[in-house]
Ligand binder design. Structure first.
Ligand SMILES: C[S@@+](CC[C@H](N)C(=O)[O-])C[C@H]1O[C@@H](n2cnc3c(N)ncnc32)[C@H](O)[C@@H]1O
Length: 765
């Protein structure tokens, strides 16, 4: 194969200067104190600190630090079952016979197919995984990415209505761009290339060899419970993984007419029709899921359990009734929905307290279930084992959904893995299908991502964590009506991650010399410009090329009246900009594919560069806050996939030459296959990835993209000096470099995914 030659290019003339953040360079400025990979000598333009002005301690003993799960998660670490005990309050409830554990889990409402508008997909990148195989889904607590019943195909509605209670979800398959941007036009011709198909081998089931970490239902039922103060860990545990679903479904709300199987279709048709008449919430489309979930909740909880602590709790689940009803933006809607439910159920009770509590309980506890690609399937309310877990912006646990049986030896068919809506009477169908593993809806698995001490509260995140404090707080308030007081939110001065998520670069002078007011005004304008372009792009108002031009214009040139300030690569708006750009370039690539293969290749190349840059940024963020590993795994996966896609385009571009597809890094592969110590694996893979993306490859990827060309590499945000000549790759086979880089990105993503979701969370091939 002819080696790709890098044309000599003029270095971009923008004279950016370091440091990019207002932190005085010190002796640590060129080393990272990442808990994951402290040994990688990539230069970053700032020093990692615990908080501004307080550098992290570099300790040789850090490898045995209890705060880093990575260090402890070695094959030599003791493998013991970890479990969570019931808190005393629940022990007594159980003794009293008020068995809250009887709550069916989950109460699932799958409303699909969902309308996947682009904007919905952009909002929360944290819980999206693109891995193939397995039946896992990744979700979030209620976000604003709701289903849209109006978007259900008529055909599908009919199917759902007439299927006699066992309703198979039929997803509208729309093309997805980077991180799920929907671009029908672009992807009609080309569906996701290689989504997840190229996850490289890494994990044989380490747990099965060295002791199981996942607590199985039936083996150990001492699940974690909370009583409003959150769930706590009863043992000093790292990576305690608790299987918290699969509770038997026994309760029924006796005052409610339980639809017989023959009347099921009619019953749900009525409910469905009625839902369209009520307008409880601002977005009436969100209502149907909530009401249906509330109906199921009412239908499945025994009246005594439900009434036990009304209206504060409903079947043990917090309702936030007082808060929601005190808020007119919720209360009117809740009352109307409650009346509607009461009418549907033909209740002869005078008040609608139960119905209100059920609705409030759904609003407070429902989680959005997403499939592997991040497509929202619907909402689910789980039992208290899960629903009692509080939120933290620096959580120590994460969760995932499992649709197919996790330990099945045979691969379930596609039909079998489809999430299904079932009703009470249909549960036998599910049980027989899955041998009792899944009875109703997807199972949820909570897994620790940090070391958790005995007595420490277990927390997950309800929102996108890659936002600075103010945005997180407003997100939590608008969705849940609470103010978070976690360590990250309350840190003073702000936690370092929040500091850099709002990072700004001054090109020609020290950032501290720019007045605070000027800085805020300039950043405000820059972010507004970028957000506008993203919104226009998402709503199809501008084409991808114009979107790229607008966003890159602001990223690269700033704004006219204050040309010296730029967003730092880890600024939260810059992150959204990169996601959008990666998507837009990818779409441009697909658009050109039939007419201009060369252009398609160029667009794909720059798109891959953005996705790689995003992965690089996320690497730095994870170094400061381990819970970002969930997002980082996603970013690294996408980078690997985009690079792989690019490598495949070499074929289209040039028909000459034989390609050896077996491009792997034996060293990394052996390390992972031999179950090396996890920190060592991370270090080695990252080191190789950094080498792969050395200046030659980075220059190749960013050619024609002045903004990205400013940076030394995807992981080294040092800015290239004006005298720095572009490195020309001579005999390097670019395709092989790209394949190798892709290999390392995917391998790295694999390790991160293992870390967050466990080794059974995704299948590798
Ligand atoms: C899914 S429930 C969590 C369990 C709940 N605390 C309980 O007692 O059952 C979600 C609700 O818990 C409360 N909550 C969760 N995390 C919180 C936090 N970090 N600070 C304050 N309230 C929180 C909010 O009222 C939220 O709407």
């Amino acid at each position: 194969m002819a080696a790709e030659k890098e044309p000599e290019q003029e270095e971009n003339s923008a004279a950016m200067k370091l440091p990019v953040l207002p932190i005085k360079p010190n002796s640590h400025s060129h080393s990272m104190s990442s808990p994951i990979h402290s040994s990688i000598a990539a230069s970053v333009p700032f020093s990692w600190e615990e908080e501004p002005g307080k550098p992290k301690q570099h300790s040789s003993s850090s490898s045995s630090s209890s705060s880093s799960p990575l260090t402890s998660y070695s094959s030599s670490s003791p493998q013991t079952h970890k479990s969570l005990e019931l808190p005393p309050r629940l022990h007594s409830l159980e003794k009293d016979g008020r068995s809250l554990t009887k709550l069916n889990s989950p109460i699932t409402v799958f409303d699909g197919p969902y309308s996947m508008t682009r904007s919905r997909r952009l909002d929360s990148p944290s819980f999206r995984m693109m891995v193939k195989g397995g039946g896992d889904c990744y979700g979030s607590f209620r976000s604003d990415m709701y289903g849209d019943l109006d978007d259900v195909d008529e055909e599908t509605k009919q199917e759902n209505m007439s299927s006699g209670g066992s309703l198979a979800l039929v997803k509208k398959r729309r093309g997805l761009g980077f991180f799920g941007f929907s671009r029908r036009r672009a992807l009609k011709r080309k569906t996701e290339f290689g989504r997840g198909s190229y996850v490289f081998p890494s994990s044989v089931d380490r747990e099965s060899e060295s002791g199981k970490k996942e607590v199985e239902e039936g083996e150990d039922n001492r699940f974690g419970y909370g009583d409003g103060d959150g769930i706590t860990c009863s043992q000093s545990s790292r990576f305690c993984e608790v299987n918290i679903a699969n509770i038997s479904r026994t309760g029924s709300f006796s005052t409610l007419p339980t639809p017989s199987s023959s009347s099921k279709s009619h019953f749900w048709t009525n409910v469905y029709a009625g839902l369209k008449q009520v307008v409880p919430w601002k977005n009436k489309k969100t209502t149907a899921s909530d009401i249906r979930a509330a109906l199921r909740l009412l239908n499945s909880i025994s009246s005594s359990s439900a009434a036990a602590s009304l209206p504060h709790r409903f079947g043990g689940l917090l309702t936030n009734h007082h808060r929601l009803m005190a808020d007119s933006s919720f209360s009117v809607a809740i009352r109307r929905a409650a009346s509607f439910i009461s009418a549907v159920l033909r209740s002869d009770r005078k008040d609608t307290v139960l119905e209100e509590a059920a609705i409030c309980s759904v609003l407070t506890n429902a989680v959005e279930v997403q499939d592997r690609a991040g497509v929202a399937l619907g909402i689910a309310v789980y039992g208290s084992r899960f629903s009692w877990i509080n939120h933290s912006c620096s959580p120590n646990a994460c969760y995932r959904f499992v649709i197919s049986p996790p330990h099945s030896t045979t691969t379930p068919s596609f039909q079998e893995t489809l999430p299904r809506i079932t009703t009470n009477t249909d549960k036998e169908h599910f049980s027989s299908n899955y041998e009792g593993t899944v009875r109703y809806g997807p199972k949820v698995i909570v897994r620790s991502i940090k070391g958790i001490k005995s007595g420490e509260e277990i927390t997950v995140s309800y929102i996108d964590l890659l936002q600075p404090t103010g945005l997180r707080q407003s997100d939590l308030w608008s969705k849940y009506r609470f103010i978070c007081n976690c360590g990250r939110c309350d840190a003073s001065p702000p936690a370092y991650v929040d500091y850099i998520l709002e990072g700004v670069v001054a090109l020609e002078h020290d950032i501290t010399t720019v007045g605070h007011h000027d800085r805020a005004a300039t950043v405000g304008k820059m972010t507004n410009h970028i957000k506008e372009a993203i919104d226009d792009f998402l709503s199809d108002d501008i084409d991808p090329a114009t979107c790229c031009e607008k966003i890159e214009g602001v990223l690269h040139h700033g704004i006219l009246d204050s040309s010296s300030l730029r967003l730092h690569p880890s600024h939260h708006v810059a992150l959204h900009a990169y996601i959008t750009l990666a998507s837009a370039y990818r779409i441009r690539s697909f658009d050109s594919e039939t007419d201009d293969v060369g252009r398609a290749f160029e667009m794909s190349r720059i798109g891959a560069a953005y996705s790689l840059f995003l992965a690089g940024v996320s690497h730095h963020l994870v170094s400061a806050e381990l819970s970002f590993a969930i997002s980082a795994a996603n970013f690294w996966t996408r980078a690997g996939e985009c690079l792989l896609e690019l490598a495949s385009k070499f074929f289209m571009k040039s028909s000459s030459g034989e390609y050896d597809d077996d491009v792997k890094c034996r060293k990394c592969l052996m390390l992972v296959e031999n179950h090396g110590e996890i920190k060592e694996n991370f270090n080695q893979i990252l080191k190789c990835a950094v080498t792969d993306s050395s200046q030659a490859t980075w220059s190749f990827l960013t050619r024609g993209c002045p903004y990205l060309q400013n940076f030394k590499s995807s992981i080294d945000f040092s800015l290239k000096g004006t005298n720095c000549k572009r490195e020309e790759s001579k005999s390097v086979d670019q395709r092989v470099s790209i394949l190798l880089l892709s290999f390392h990105c995917l391998l790295y993503a694999d390790l991160l995914t293992d870390l967050c979701y466990g080794r059974k969370s995704h299948s590798v091939s």
